[in-house]
Design a protein around this ligand. Structure first.
Ligand code: MN3
Length: 254
């Protein structure tokens, strides 16, 4: 009997260890590798710390459209800084300042939180999403329901591309262009300033909803290769869009 109990204990402990080793970043990485992107994976179970997810492809994988050095600095320096500064900002808030540290909760309460949380939580979330929305094996156009609804909403895929590129061009200074699915299920093109995003519960975010497509138009995303020519960067980016990820986000696949 005693033996049986200790065996059961051992199994229980082993299982706990295995589950414990599946840290936030490894769950995030496997989700990225499979191209799936669920809100729930962003709940931060890893001792209250966010971590930098690995890119789902090599730094040079998006060449010649997005160059290796830009990717190295963008992911390894810029994104990493958002992660580190988010952890610092949350530490500074104190343990009980937030009910939970999921992005969902942080973005919902964003107007009540310090700018350091807003900028760095946005930065971490936006970049994590952005990497999954690019791939060296990009197809030119979306398929299925997303393709149909883009056509229905914007007239044609070409017209959608034009309007999205336009939103990315017109965003003054640093920010992001987005394709968003609103609560009513409508597809809308929008842009946000700095590291804001359409999930933030804020009056300065014009169109709220689920991000389907995201494009970083900060100069750090293109300056090394394209210098001031944002239009060239946007034109290159269309070659590496991961429409499969976008379709998954649109259809709410977890
Ligand atoms: Mn960036």
């Amino acid at each position: 009997m005693e033996k049986e109990n200790s065996r059961r204990d051992f199994i229980k402990k082993s299982a706990t260890l295995i589950i414990g080793s599946l840290t936030a970043s490894s769950i995030l990485n496997s989700a990225f590798a499979s191209g799936k992107f669920a809100d729930s994976i962003f709940i931060n179970p890893d001792g209250g710390k966010f971590s930098l997810p690995a890119l789902p492809y090599g730094y040079d994988a998006l060449e010649p459209h997005i160059d290796k050095m830009t990717m190295e600095i963008h992911h390894g320096k810029h994104h990493k800084a958002y992660v580190d500064n988010l952890n610092k900002a949350l530490d500074a808030l104190g343990k009980n300042a937030l009910e939970d540290q999921s992005f969902e909760h942080i973005f919902d309460k964003i107007e009540k939180l310090p700018d350091a949380v807003r900028n760095n939580a946005g930065g971490h979330y936006n970049h994590s999403l952005f990497w999954t929305l690019m791939t060296p094996k990009g197809s030119a156009e979306p398929k299925g329901k997303l393709a149909e609804d883009i056509k229905a909403g914007f007239g044609s895929f070409e017209e959608f591309k034009k309007q999205f590129s336009d939103a990315a061009m017109k965003r003054f200074g640093s920010g992001w262009a987005w394709l968003v699915k609103t609560k009513k299920g409508k597809l809308v093109i929008t842009s946000t300033a700095n590291q804001d995003n359409p999930l933030m519960n804020s009056d300065s975010v014009e169109a709220k909803g689920t991000p389907i497509l995201a494009l970083d138009v900060w100069e750090h995303a293109y300056y090394l290769k394209n210098q001031n020519r944002r239009a060239d960067y946007i034109a290159s980016w269309w070659n590496v869009v991961n429409w499969e990820t976008a379709e998954g986000l649109y259809e709410g696949k977890k």
